[in-house]
Write a protein that binds this ligand. Structure first.
Ligand SMILES: N[C@@H](CCC[C@H](N)C(=O)O)C(=O)O
Length: 299
């Protein structure tokens, strides 16, 4: 990327899935994969599981057509610089940033993502922070509908192979039910997922245990980021896979179903409605802001 000016940034997280936030309203920054990797580097950079570039939809070629419905586009990148369609924790943090920056009022807003439009609700009566903006409090996101492609998928970690459920949440997921989250091992390397043709663009893998009635816990290995402390789209994929396994299908039952999904970095509450829409509620926190040295960023 090239710029002579200091570049503002913020750091935030949602259930400890952490992000570098780069406001770029006019789409002026050419933020390439190398710059994203530098920013997300936990030792030599700011550090994050991913990066949220905040761009006006009208200023981004992938979002221009949706500018009438959503003023802002979430340009999400994984820590390795790759592009992803959607980030569930990220979109809550993105909305928190927009409000903190005075770009949207609390209440409802629509954010454009590569997976389509996402409706976000920022609670109006949440606690106020030092800058007079909503500092905390839950954020609810309409995450769209899950896709449940047919076909068997297998996930292998070490010498152990297990069946998995393929769930699409705008991005790809393989959900594996296990007896003990420790059995997933250290998850330093991406689990092997077969057949490879099921996921031509890679996959996020969630390992899930039961905690109680309609209450599960997960660990996740994210495509492009490694093991993270949370994944919002992954939690939604897990919720749907757990509901079907438990015999709950809101479209057939005519009643919503809600699961609590614990992640290493906190808790998400997820509801699937009879029309198939999935709503996720969880925290979104901005922890710092500053400026980047343009010379460092240029590499
Ligand atoms: N952590 C995110 C998902 C980020 C994208 C993912 N790694 C992918 O490549 O699909 C979330 O909260 O959903």
């Amino acid at each position: 990327m090239s710029t002579a000016q200091p570049v503002p940034f913020l750091k935030g997280h949602g259930t400890e899935n952490d992000f570098v936030i780069v406001p770029d309203p006019d789409g002026a920054l050419a933020l390439d994969a190398a710059a994203v990797r530098r920013l997300c580097d936990r030792r030599a950079g700011v550090g994050g599981d991913g990066l949220l570039r905040v761009v006006r939809s009208a200023a981004h070629p992938e979002a221009r057509e949706t500018a009438g419905d959503a003023e802002w586009f979430m340009d999400y990148r994984n820590a390795d610089g790759s592009i992803a369609e959607m980030c569930g924790n990220g979109v809550r943090v993105f909305a928190r940033y927009l409000h903190r920056a005075g770009l949207v009022p609390p209440g409802d807003l629509v954010v454009a993502t590569r997976a389509g439009l996402r409706r976000v609700h920022l609670a109006k009566d949440a606690p106020t922070g030092a800058f007079g903006a909503l500092a905390a409090g839950p954020v609810t996101v309409g995450m769209g509908r899950a896709a449940l492609p047919e076909g068997d998928v297998t996930v292998t970690v070490g010498d152990r192979s297990r069946p998995a459920r393929h769930v699409g949440m705008g991005n790809p997921h393989a959900v594996v039910f296990v007896d003990d989250l420790a059995h997933a091992g250290r998850l330093l390397d991406p689990p092997l997922v077969t057949p490879a043709t099921a996921y031509p663009d890679g996959v996020n893998v969630e390992f899930v245990v039961d905690r109680g009635p309609r209450h599960v816990a997960l660990r996740v290995h994210e495509r492009g980021s490694g093991e993270t402390r949370s994944c919002g789209t992954g939690a939604c994929a897990v919720m749907v896979a757990a509901a079907r396994r438990d015999g709950a299908d809101p479209a057939a039952d005519g009643a919503p179903v809600t699961y609590t999904v614990d992640v290493p970095g906190g808790r998400l509450v997820i509801t699937e409605r009879p029309d198939g829409e999935i709503e996720m509620t969880g925290p979104a926190v901005i922890v710092a802001e500053g400026v980047l040295d343009p010379a460092w960023l240029a590499g």
